[in-house]
Ligand binder design. Sequence first.
Ligand SMILES: [Zn+2]
Length: 165
Amino acid sequence: MEVAKCSKCRQVKDIGQFLIRSDTGKRRGVCHTCRKVYQSKWDKNNAEKTKERRRKKFFRYMSVHIFKSSEYEQALRDLAEQGKYVCPYTGAPLIPGDGMHLDHIKSKALHPELSKNLSNLMWISEWANWAKGMLSPQEFVDKCQVVVKYTEEHGVPKGGQDDNN
Ligand SMILES: [Zn+2]
């Protein structure tokens, strides 16, 4: 049996445990087991880096979008971290760049003077932001409760044109 010594774990193993590199055509110096450990560490590290890059890009974009300047990038990130990346209305996880919206607690339309005020901003999920619209937090929650209460009694509206009903 042909054997080789792994340069990582120093164990002598069957030559079949040392795979041929597709790029160079040469046999690897580390065994398959060590190689798998290395590969999964690399993948994990790389996924972290990709995630961090995406976050940075997202907060910078939002800072420019709201404040016309990238200087609020960190402040917006701090805001998300204070909220632990959880939507305070739905409990849904908030993922930068994926359905995570910045809500103006007091709406831009009714309070334009607060549109660039950090204390008037809150990260919430996309659909919660759509549904909230120009409402205050309390009005939004109250109206959601009205919808739940009424539709529990009367059913979800179906509309008149749907052939399936
Ligand atoms: Zn090894």
